[in-house]
Design a protein around this ligand. Sequence first.
Ligand SMILES: NC(=O)c1ccc[n+]([C@@H]2O[C@H](COP(=O)([O-])OP(=O)(O)OC[C@H]3O[C@@H](n4cnc5c(N)ncnc54)[C@H](O)[C@@H]3O)[C@@H](O)[C@H]2O)c1
Length: 360
Amino acid sequence: MHILITGGAGFVGSELAVRLSEKSHRVVVMDNLVRRGSESNLERLARHGVTFVHGDVRNPEDFENLPSGIEFVCDTSAQPSVVSGYSNPVFDITNNSLGVVRVLEYARLNRCPLIFFSTNRVYVVDRLLELPRREGATRIEWDAEAWKKLPVESRARGFDPAHGISEEFAVDGGQRSIYGLSKLIADAACQEYAHAFDMPIAVNRFGVIAGTGQFAKLDQGWVVWWAIAHYFRLPLKYIGWNGKQVRDILFLEDVCALVELQMNQMDRFRGDIFNLGGGAENSLSLREGTQLLERKLGHGTTITSEDAVRKADLPIYFTDNRKAAKMLKRHAKVTIDERFDRILEWIRLNEASLKSRYGA
Ligand SMILES: NC(=O)c1ccc[n+]([C@@H]2O[C@H](COP(=O)([O-])OP(=O)(O)OC[C@H]3O[C@@H](n4cnc5c(N)ncnc54)[C@H](O)[C@@H]3O)[C@@H](O)[C@H]2O)c1
């Protein structure tokens, strides 16, 4: 198949491009390289025979530079940081939503199925904060007992304390971050196009994605950032919740495997939404991440704490993957321990370049 990956020089898109090219697909990447670090993926893409087109998804004329015969589109382009969304909201909202409408138009005119990379950040933070929780020794947990005591009519849809947040959870009625808003507009546009123009479209709401090759920062890609900071003994800070905040982690290999599975079933999807994450069994608090890295590296780093909670941040989130497991017939095969080994091995292999990138 001839596949276009928009934003394909980034962390997720470039890995997907390489994997699909290894499966004998012809892959074209279009990216404006706005993300610092994306340019360093170009050499790897070229080595794997992936065609690179420098272009901005907001500009319809840039699509004219693409080769003809594209049969499938994956849209991974975005400014993906929650924190930086607040410093330039107009850029983030227009970049992450107008861009997707252009990609949808391209897919419509070229009769391509499309997979959109959305986010769990579309869910309303205020509703997530209302879910009953308690503090354990190393992590915050959802409180199943308190949940059971709530009258049925006041229990939030799309939540189960054992399984996490499903596709049914609230997307309106409160704040979700500027980034979340920008992706919600795009997410809704994908659903609308699927129905308006009978297009095979899947909307994947990913949680935290981690993997080797990630140019992680404190505000985006915290798993790899935590590993890099521990490795080079860079100072870290728990911001809010005393380091007990919990996220589930989906590793990049599993993201690519899930997308490949979806690509073979697109006729079934008309704007179908999938929550894709590591799930309860692959959840981790920052404190637990610290313990794991200290055990693996044999040393720690300096970590301070700040009580103030960042805007739209959450004490706990993990993904209810049951819809994806049922429809895609695949459970993400992740083991956190083994994947951390791979991330540390990647850091070891790239020690010199990472050292200078992170000023270690
Ligand atoms: N990484 C995660 O944990 C995560 C979690 C949930 C959802 N997502 C979504 O997955 C997708 C990929 O994320 P990532 O972590 O690879 O981010 P990334 O920043 O590494 O990659 C995004 C790429 O898009 C490009 N881009 C941005 N705006 C563009 C534009 N207007 N035109 C062309 N290219 C543009 C950037 O240059 C970059 O190479 C994003 O849509 C993001 O919202 C990521």
